[in-house]
Design a protein around this ligand. Structure first.
Ligand code: NAP
Length: 490
């Protein structure tokens, strides 16, 4: 791992949504804060017939729209745009690639610059891109290739995608992004667990009752309905983001974090391998699929999924699962996962619910005290809360009341919380793979998801309905309440 002096950051799909909405603003912030290698070029590639100036105009508009007003600095925008170039290539037409190759070679010490190839295109184009880069000698280390989800739609197709990339790039050059891992609060989970002593003795089945991981969105599928319908909540969210969060909660302490060793990824893999495989009976009992119907979100009427899509569909927009990590630390501790679209709130959080006190010397009239909880809030506001019982002030004996210790990132640090992509793009440039998914992780996650998907498919049951703007299908509440627990809505 080293910080290069020169970098060519090539974005295939440079005119696309991800590039304009996320990648360019992230590069802008990195440049603004002087973090990009001094000699960096950003080379956007797609089929659109544009020249440098035409693309820069699009990029300027995208930065104006997607960079928060307080960080808009016109001089800095123009400085970044001077680094930006555009090349028209149809990646499926080998005859159209030469201008890109010429551009890559057209710089001083071209062979010493770290080349990052960010594949911000449909996965069907990964093959042609890697092939052309490989056969033309552009895939040699220190070149790096970055890919986004979805990596396959099942185990076999994920292996096929990975094989395609591996034909030309070594695993040490392949950066598979899960942007959740770039979020500050997610990295802070590692710091909370492994830079403090108070939690670790409690972080196991003796003290933890269960864990909840929720990723709830208020948005529907919008103009991604076509893509989404081939995917669904399980493939789009659980296989990657939710399982990655679960891994960080459940993994054993790694030897080193952030230094470029493989420890974190090794430990995450062990968690995925320890997930209890689901039989068809488990799937029937421990999973819930849902799909939103019309309803109200933020005071506005919205259509149901099927109406948005324009045809009938069996795709789920909501999933809840009770999972189990079968190892010494976690045996018997349920991990309840849920994610969905068009829900009543936008929130991503992990809630670790501790066991209740074994005995209540205060003899509360209700009979029980609230169990302690640790909430790690990933979005919208990043932060952490510890929920405790405290004495309500007053002379009338002991009245206990749940209170929370709040750590809001925005309040605790007088610093902007960077977008996940900023951290991840800099890690790619530096060659630090810790926060990227290794091939075996992706495939282990698919191996666990596949029996669930297969059983759903063979059962051919329509997902359970929930009105847009609600908290999800009733069955998702039954899933947890039948165990005497409830979803925590903080
Ligand atoms: P998009 O808006 O549809 O953009 C696709 C890009 O690919 C466009 O720039 C398009 O430009 C280019 N392209 C298509 N065919 C091409 C070809 N034959 N040769 C060269 N360029 C070609 O897609 P996106 O939303 O940016 O997503 C990109 C990738 O990231 C996808 O794999 C997606 O699943 C993944 N992803 C996206 C998001 C997101 O928030 N958008 C989040 C997670 C993952 P031309 O039409 O000009 O060629």
């Amino acid at each position: 791992m080293h910080f290069p002096e020169a970098c060519d950051f090539v974005v295939f799909g440079g005119t696309g949504d991800l590039a304009l909405r996320k990648l360019l603003p992230a590069l802008y912030h990195c440049d603004l804060e002087g973090r990009l290698p001094a000699d960096t070029r950003v080379i956007a590639v797609s089929r659109s017939e544009l020249d440098d100036d035409g693309y820069r105009a699009e990029a300027r508009a995208a930065l104006a729209e997607h960079v928060a007003a307080e960080f808009q600095d016109l001089a800095a925008v123009e400085r970044l745009l001077e680094r930006v170039h555009y090349v028209t290539v149809d990646v499926q037409d080998p005859g159209s690639w030469q201008p890109l190759f010429d551009t890559l070679k057209d710089r001083e010490n071209a062979d010493e610059a770290v080349r990052v190839f960010y594949l911000s295109v449909a996965p069907s184009l990964f093959g042609p891109i890697c092939h052309e880069l490989g056969v033309n000698g552009f895939a040699e280390a220190p070149a790096r290739v970055v890919v986004e989800k979805p990596i396959g739609t099942d185990l076999a197709s994920a292996k096929a995608v990975n094989n395609t990339i591996s034909e030309f790039f070594d695993e040490s050059q392949i950066f598979r992004i899960d942007h959740y891992l770039g979020k500050e609060s997610v990295q802070n989970l590692l710091v909370t667990r492994f830079a403090n002593t108070f939690l670790e003795p409690l972080w196991n089945s003796h003290s933890i009752d269960h864990v909840q991981i929720t990723v709830a969105e208020t948005l529907g599928t919008g103009n991604r309905a076509g893509y989404y319908d081939r995917s669904g909540a399980m493939r789009d969210m659980v296989q990657n983001h939710l399982l990655q969060l679960l891994c960080l909660v459940a993994m054993e302490p790694p030897i080193e974090i952030g230094g470029g060793r493989e420890d974190v990824r090794d430990e995450k893999l062990k968690v995925l391998q320890a997930l209890k495989p689901m039989t068809p009976a488990d799937v029937d009992r421990d999973t819930v699929r849902g799909r939103y119907t019309s309803g109200w979100v933020a005071g506005k009427p919205v259509e149901g999924y099927v109406e948005e899509l324009g045809h009938e569909s069996m795709t789920e927009t909501f999933v809840a699962i009770k999972a189990e990590v079968q190892n010494w630390r976690w045996a018997g501790v349920p991990f309840y996962l849920r994610t969905g679209k068009r829900l009543d709130r936008r929130v991503s959080e992990i809630v670790v619910v501790f066991k209740n006190a074994p005995y209540d010397p205060f003899r509360q009239r209700e009979g029980v005290t609230e169990p302690n909880r640790l909430t790690i809030r990933v979005q919208p506001e990043e932060g952490m809360q510890i929920h405790l019982n405290a004495k309500e002030p007053g002379p009338g004996g002991y009245r206990l009341k749940p209170v929370s210790l709040d750590l809001s990132y925005a309040n605790a640090f007088d610093k902007r919380s960077p977008d996940a992509y900023e951290r991840l793009l800099m890690d790619v440039i530096r060659g630090n793979m810790t926060l990227f998914m290794r091939r075996d992780e992706v495939e282990a996650a698919w191996a666990w998801c596949e029996p669930i998907l297969k059983h759903w498919e063979s059962a051919a049951l329509t997902p359970k309905s929930y009105p847009a703007g609600s908290a999800g299908p009733t069955a998702s509440f039954t899933l947890i309440e039948r165990d005497g627990r409830s979803w925590q809505e903080s």
